[in-house]
Design a protein around this ligand. Sequence first.
Ligand SMILES: *[C@@H]1O[C@H](CO)[C@@H](O)[C@H](O)[C@H]1NC(C)=O
Ligand SMILES: *[C@@H]1O[C@H](CO)[C@@H](O)[C@H](O)[C@H]1NC(C)=O
Ligand SMILES: *[C@@H]1O[C@H](CO)[C@@H](O)[C@H](O)[C@H]1NC(C)=O
Ligand SMILES: *[C@@H]1O[C@H](CO)[C@@H](O)[C@H](O)[C@H]1NC(C)=O
Ligand SMILES: *[C@@H]1O[C@H](CO)[C@@H](O)[C@H](O)[C@H]1NC(C)=O
Ligand SMILES: *[C@@H]1O[C@H](CO)[C@@H](O)[C@H](O)[C@H]1NC(C)=O
Length: 456
Amino acid sequence: MEAGGRTALCVCSILFMLTDVSPDFIHVPLSIHHGIEGESVLLSVETRFPLDDVEIQGTWSHTGPSGVRTTLVTFNKETTITDMTYRDRLLFRGPNVSLLIHELHQADEGDYHLKLNIAFHNETGLVIKEERTVHVTVDVPVSTPVVEKSPSYAVVEDKANVTWTCSVERGTRVVFQWLRDNVALDLRDGYRFSRDNSTLVIAPVRKEDRGSYRCVAGNAVSRGRASRAVELNVYYGPYNLEVNSGQGLRTGEVFTINPGELVFFECQADSNPPNSYVWISKSRNATVITEGPRLEVRSYKLAQAEEYLCRAFNNVTQKQNEAQFTLVVASLGTGKEKHSQAGGYLSPLAAITVSSLFVIGCMLLFFLRRTCHPKRVLMSIYNRPLSEQKRPHRSGHEDATEDFGIYEFVSIPGKMESAQASCRSLARLESVQDMHTTIYDVIGHVPETPSQSLLN
Ligand SMILES: *[C@@H]1O[C@H](CO)[C@@H](O)[C@H](O)[C@H]1NC(C)=O
Ligand SMILES: *[C@@H]1O[C@H](CO)[C@@H](O)[C@H](O)[C@H]1NC(C)=O
Ligand SMILES: *[C@@H]1O[C@H](CO)[C@@H](O)[C@H](O)[C@H]1NC(C)=O
Ligand SMILES: *[C@@H]1O[C@H](CO)[C@@H](O)[C@H](O)[C@H]1NC(C)=O
Ligand SMILES: *[C@@H]1O[C@H](CO)[C@@H](O)[C@H](O)[C@H]1NC(C)=O
Ligand SMILES: *[C@@H]1O[C@H](CO)[C@@H](O)[C@H](O)[C@H]1NC(C)=O
């Protein structure tokens, strides 16, 4: 009895080890199937054992959304028993125990469980139990979506809200996405999406919201389908009002024109619908001179500098914008005029003056350097301590690195008193005792080669 118990324990542990360590005897390639309503789905299973060497027995069962579990098929190697209600729609595929479901209904959604017992002929008493679950969704493909806009007419920026609705005739679990000018919408404040994105509210509408809108609808079984485009027109502006002229010289808000010249000014602003423009002379008691985007001025009519104003008005947004400028009549050289059109703010006269001053300064500096060397260290080898001079193969003193550079050889003859006098304090020439002293002027930098290698 005791021996028998031990054997049972042994078999049990072998069984445990087998199921734990050995590779799976069945494999389910796909654990989630997206089924299409009315079509079929194959819950495929691969068996990894030689069928001739085993006995098998198992079931396929289904747990629907309601949580009710139904046994669909009971099978062994020889026979298959299918639930009567599924008789026409289920096909058990031996020998690999796959299950084919025809004409999928919404009710076929849920988890499908496979339970399989495998008994090996070569080992009596050994039964391997395998269980797998496959999830199946059943969806209706999405039809082409349709976009609606409310209100349908053009709206005014910052005042109106726009509601977009996307709908589909057919399709389950539809996911919606919105495109403006074929680009997915950048999320911004003021956009409100419904939970499934089927509705988009823009509150309030802005200029940037203009464009052609589409929605894209899709689900697990159909790629996104785009609706036709619907235009959103937004009234806005005027923005970025500018006054320009092809003639004259412009400096900020001041235009300078030649006497007798006929000058045109152009007023531009970004606006929808297009602005109406009026030109106003501020100098003449704010009278309206003309309407429209162009102003024509004959300079001989101007006695002195005159102030003008261009006012743009959008009669839908009821907003306006103004730009003011001053017109001065003065003689302009043609060359000067060209320069001004290059857009420089620096006056050419100033540029010439600055560069002249710079050249003069450079020349002065150069001259000064030639006559005396204020920054230089003047050294006389006769000033060196005796000990240093006596050292063989030395340049004359320890810190040779300071001596590298360009040397200027200056022999001071007797009649250089005046130059000496002027530079004396700076150059410390008082140390020069001998009239034939050689002065080393160290300029430039220490070269790459270390002085150490020279010394060795
Ligand atoms: C299972 O068997 C059926 C028919 O015997 C076959 O059509 C199907 O491809 C097999 N599936 C796998 C995963 O081997
Ligand atoms: C029994 O057969 C299975 C499958 O053919 C094999 O994996 C197993 O090693 C065999 N066991 C023995 C004890 O031969
Ligand atoms: C637009 O939406 C905002 C915020 O939802 C609301 O306060 C406002 O009254 C709406 N405007 C119009 C014109 O419907
Ligand atoms: C809704 O649309 C926005 C913008 O296109 C997108 O970022 C978001 O992921 C969508 N949400 C859902 C649930 O599809
Ligand atoms: C608004 O301005 C446009 C163009 O400037 C013009 O065609 C339209 O008649 C104006 N509308 C009203 C209501 O004044
Ligand atoms: C300027 O305008 C004011 C108010 O519009 C008016 O009272 C005044 O008489 C005007 N002056 C001239 C010189 O037109």
